[in-house]
Design a protein around this ligand. Structure first.
Ligand SMILES: Nc1ncnc2c1ncn2[C@@H]1O[C@H](COP(=O)(O)OP(=O)(O)OP(=O)(O)O)[C@@H](O)[C@H]1O
Ligand SMILES: [Mg+2]
Length: 282
């Protein structure tokens, strides 16, 4: 079991998209996945096809009880036939925004409410993916206190590298207090288009953070936007680019968790499909 927080204080870089892409890739491989939506915008919740939230994550965080997240978990609306296991979600709601200042008044447990809520529940899953809000506020700090590892999602654009540096500083400060956790799993470059500009900034990020930028990047594709609008995993779409996008997420999931049960020949064909895929047709 591993708990991964997907972070970037910058908005709109693809944290939710990569969370959902990885969730689908893991589920297709038979892994039990829990998506924790820690963003009051609730994009991961709706992206997973959950429109009626029974109880949202703020209830679990405010209760300050061990394992309280189990009381809010719902089954995702995705019913992709290729999924070997269903995806679960701890949904969010706009109420979560009010929760942050409330947590801040707790002198003792402001930072580890999510860790406490996940106690004894995270073990029921192979992968817990925490989709963070675009800020380095208390909710994201809670994600970093709960996580084993951090995945930074970044765009190939100006100032991206500065933002990544800021996150790395925060992650280091927390991991120094938590005996080396969370570790930095890497930087996913999302929305890589075919422009010279995008490739330039991709190169800048790779040079600035040697060994941290993961391969493959996630390409800019209309299929990815459409899947989000339809609340479906991108692999469920039949349009151009959908299969390639799904293959990229699969390859990324294999880079993150290479020790999986997938037979090597299948794994390498997925990785090849992603590498061979032509960049976006947007
Ligand atoms: N690889 C991609 N190709 C095409 N569109 C993409 C890609 N990645 C993300 N998008 C689109 O970009 C928009 C922002 O993506 P997303 O919501 O995942 O970002 P985010 O970092 O979670 O945003 P926020 O900070 O607001 O939570 C969405 O409309 C999404 O569909
Ligand atoms: Mg998001």
């Amino acid at each position: 079991m591993s708990i991964t927080a997907l972070v970037n204080q910058k908005g709109g870089v693809g944290k939710t998209t990569v969370t959902l892409g990885l969730a689908a890739a893991y589920a297709a491989r038979g892994r039990r996945v829990l998506v924790v939506d820690l963003d009051p915008q609730a994009n991961a919740t709706t992206g997973l096809g959950v429109y009626e939230v029974i109880q949202a994550i703020d209830t679990a965080l405010l209760s300050d009880a061990s394992g309280s997240i189990s009381g809010v978990i719902q089954r995702a609306g995705w019913s992709h036939p290729e999924f070997a296991t269903p995806v679960d979600v701890a949904p969010s709601s706009p109420q979560l925004a009010k929760c942050e200042p409330q947590l801040a008044t707790d002198m003792i447990g402001a930072q580890d409410r999510l860790a406490v809520a996940l106690q004894g529940v995270a073990d029921r899953y192979d992968d817990v993916l925490i989709d963070c809000a675009p800020s380095l506020g208390l909710l994201t700090v809670n994600a970093l206190f709960a996580a084993d590892r951090v995945l930074i999602v970044a765009e190939p654009a100006a100032w991206s590298s500065d933002g990544v540096d800021q996150i790395l500083l925060n992650v280091n400060r927390i991991s120094e207090r938590r005996s080396g956790r969370p570790q930095v799993a890497g930087i996913v470059i999302n929305r890589l288009g075919r422009t010279r500009d995008a490739n330039h900034w991709y190169g800048v990020l790779s040079e600035a953070h040697p060994g941290l930028v993961l391969d493959p990047p996630v390409r800019l594709r209309a299929a990815v936007t459409e899947a989000a609008a339809m609340s479906e995993p991108v692999g469920a779409l039949t349009r151009d680019g959908a299969a390639q996008a799904a293959a990229e997420f699969t390859a990324l999931s294999l880079v993150l968790d290479p020790e999986d049960l997938v037979p090597t020949d299948i794994a390498s064909s997925w990785a090849q499909a992603a590498t061979a895929a032509t960049p976006g047709e947007i």
